[in-house]
Design a binder for this molecule. Structure first.
Ligand SMILES: [Cu+2]
Length: 137
């Protein structure tokens, strides 16, 4: 009976110990590396917000939503060039912009590496004022 109990209880106990061992350092790691979410909405013909500030060395997840009726581009070529991008496939082949169809949303995971001011523009609608400013501190 005792033997049976021991055998029966050992599994869950070991599992619990293993879970604690994995969860504690894992939780600390997750807090440190969790990207900051920043959302930008595109419509005709503006970015909202159109002034963005990032900090060097911090991971971000930039969520771009096109709520307009036209195609829009989030072009920040110099920012992308000077950042570490984890999912470059979400960018266009030149790695200069995110292209969004009406109703589409895309996420870019990146870490800014260089401080400065960077130009944000929708090349199709810059004439209509669809521009913005990105600052990396
Ligand atoms: Cu546009």
């Amino acid at each position: 009976m005792l033997h049976y109990l021991f055998k029966r209880e050992r599994g869950p106990l070991l599992a619990a110990i293993l879970l604690v061992a994995l969860a504690v350092p894992g939780a600390a790691f997750a807090v440190e590396s969790k990207p900051k979410q920043v959302t930008v909405v595109t419509t005709e013909s503006k970015f909202t917000p159109n002034k963005l500030t990032f900090r060097r060395g911090i991971p971000y997840r930039l969520h771009i939503e096109n709520r307009g009726k036209e195609m829009h581009e989030f072009n920040a070529a110099d920012l992308f060039k000077s950042s570490k991008i984890s999912n470059p496939a979400v960018l266009n082949p030149d790695k200069t912009e995110l292209v969004l169809k009406p109703g589409e949303a895309k996420d870019l995971s990146f870490i800014p590496k260089k401080a400065g001011h960077f130009r944000l523009v929708c090349p199709d609608h810059d004439w209509a004022g669809m521009t913005g400013e990105i600052t990396v501190e």
